[in-house]
Design a protein. Structure first.
Length: 73
């Protein structure tokens, strides 16, 4: 099963790379598929690539659902 998850951009680096935060962990991801990514933006991440920007409220709702599911397991 493949899963795309919302992550928040923490830092934009040269060469279409950004640092994103995922459940408290920071990871370098590719932003080559997007224009104008800024720190604070939320993006959908799939296999190391930011696919699209998303609304912060929707990102938070999705992350809350993931956290709820994790707590139940």
């Amino acid at each position: 099963m493949c899963l795309a998850i919302p992550v928040q951009i923490k830092e934009v680096l040269p060469g279409d790379i950004a640092v994103a935060e995922i459940s408290g962990l920071k990871k370098e991801i590719s932003t080559a598929l997007l224009d104008d990514v800024k720190p604070g933006d939320y993006v959908i991440l799939h296999v190391g690539y930011a696919l699209q920007k998303i609304d912060p409220e929707e990102a938070e709702k999705t992350l809350a659902l993931f956290a709820e599911q994790e707590a139940q397991n």
